[in-house]
Design a protein around this ligand. Sequence first.
Ligand code: NAD
Length: 492
Amino acid sequence: MQHYTMFIDGEHHEPTGGEWFTTDDPYRGAPWAEVAKGNAHDVDAAVQAAERALRTGPWSEFTASQRGALLRNLGDVIADNARQLAETEVRDNGKLFTEMHGQLQYVPQWFYYYGGLADKVEGTVVPMDKKGFFTYTAKEPAGVVAVITPWNSPLLLLAWKLAPALAAGCTVVIKPSEFTSASTIELARLFHEAGLPPGVVNVVTGFGGDVGSALVEHPLVRKISFTGSDATGRRINESAARDFKHVSLELGGKSPNIVFADADLDAAVNGVVSGIFAATGQTCIAGSRLLVQDSIHDEVVRAVVDLAGSARMGDPMDESTQVGPITTPTQHAKVLDYIDIAQSEGAQLALGGKVASGPECGSGWFVEPTIFTGVSNDMRIAQEEVFGPVLAVIPFHDEQEAAALANDSRYGLGAGVWTGDIGRAFRMSERIRSGTVWVNTYRAVSYLAPFGGVKDSGIGRENGIGAIHEYLEDKTVWINTEAPTANPFVMR
Ligand code: NAD
């Protein structure tokens, strides 16, 4: 069994409580590593280290250009270790090696981009309405940032937060998911090689209820950047509000993939299948509702069922595998529960619906790609996030109905529109209330393009130039350029 300690103030850190927990390999259905179980003392040590690094440590002396250079080093170091980090992620979350390796090869771009942006953030000189003042704004780091990540794409989603936070000059304490802590610790072991001073980035491992909440509640944490479920996001938001902390919350979704009769149907079917069954549905932007125009309903369902039914399940490390296991037994049970719920609500099973357990599935937690037709949008299978390989198909008649169904959700993260009509593409993009709309494509993301949700899908945006401002505060400085104030009772 491998052994993963925490990483605090530039050093490996054993858990002060002396406790460890195991992390499982979802394909083998068995533990493969032991991870330090942190507690509130470890959190305090990490936050204090981050605060020291921010206020008095070498980090406070770094110019923005030096921070940028360091971020680019970190990008290079990640690029050199992408394969190893991806293999670790696959062992922890069971997602396909091809996907995790693709992500890890892409992650350095976040460090190059925000490294380049670090010294291009400028304050302003305020054009003043009063004589005798020179007034300017400076951008300052928000402070110590708590970064809390989920299990589905640990290092990609970490990079979306870590790169802009460091570019802004903040210091960071990371709490990775208890199911996938290993790759974050392996990344921490590379910080020294990249030249990151001690205390700038710290990692505390453990469970949400103790380590996560202690981190969120720590008085020296000024900003919380969280990706995870909306239930946890709500708790974090309530706690942060009590202490007036800034938050960015990237939460769940029930994203519609909308196919019109005028679309290139082959492309649409590929987009629908990859939108929900790639990553075994374990992605916040899973296109878990297929809204399909009634005139092509049967044709599209047939094609989607055929393609999804032919998907090869198996070892996620095997590059020919197309659908891997579910990450945890709890999540596996939750997906199967939703399959029962859908059937009890009257949805018709068109594909799958069972545990997959052939020899190719090892001892893993597999569920067959599952498709329900005859779904109405008020069923739980259409309203609640399953986070698994389950697609709900809902027919619509026209644009207006498609937009109404798409928006009839408490979530608003992503949406796909498949159409050959450019005017319709614009109209639908305008009508749909979500953070992202993809037209004739699905699931594309980039360090350049803002990403986030509306409604219960979250607060704030990651990626793109704007994301660095999530980690900055404006400071306004007034300089009196004239004679000292003569009358203390008159405000100029
Ligand atoms: P989760 O909310 O259970 O856990 C996320 C993280 O929060 C973990 O590190 C966990 O330990 C921590 N946590 C749990 N309770 C906490 C508490 N009280 N205080 C502080 N931290 C706490 O989510 P998950 O199951 O790991 O991830 C799946 C969810 O994440 C899905 O809902 C999915 O849609 C969402 N997600 C969203 C995005 C996005 O960018 N919008 C991306 C990926 C996943």
